[in-house]
Ligand binder design. Sequence first.
Ligand SMILES: Cc1cc2nc3c(=O)[nH]c(=O)nc-3n(C[C@H](O)[C@H](O)[C@H](O)COP(=O)(O)O)c2cc1C
Length: 140
Amino acid sequence: MQVEKQSLIEFSYISRAKDPFSKLQLIQLFDKAFNSNTANQITGVLFYENRYFAQILEGSREDISHLWKKIQNDNRHVIIRELDFRAIDERAFPNWGMRFFGADRIAKYIPGLRGCLNGLSDNDTKLLTLMRSVAALDKS
Ligand SMILES: Cc1cc2nc3c(=O)[nH]c(=O)nc-3n(C[C@H](O)[C@H](O)[C@H](O)COP(=O)(O)O)c2cc1C
């Protein structure tokens, strides 16, 4: 849809959990994100390894900035930094209300990402490239 295309945004950040998340807590977080994003035309992917989160969100500028406020105010984690904010022509993850990759799935599908979620900024370019690369899994 033309209107959506004009304001479509990809936003990404990295954060650190205040306390390590258990499997159950991760499932609950994912469940909430998936349902809410699906209802709000937000798509993307969430990674978690060794207490660090990294997330790509796609959607309209308004929807993303609304969600970003909530995520920033979420006291379960501390934002380390924003990775990128850019206009996109189309979604890389059109079918993923939110896809979750924990340590096991990172090791299986994107082994290069292991150890990159460490909050060190000299990894940002590599990190973003690897994060975006999982979109290919949707098409295979
Ligand atoms: C790392 C992380 C990623 C999150 N991602 C999303 C998300 O993609 N979508 C979402 O709705 N909530 C997400 N949340 C939860 C929000 O921070 C917040 O708890 C939730 O949106 C509140 O929803 P409510 O206003 O409906 O209660 C995330 C939280 C964390 C810690």
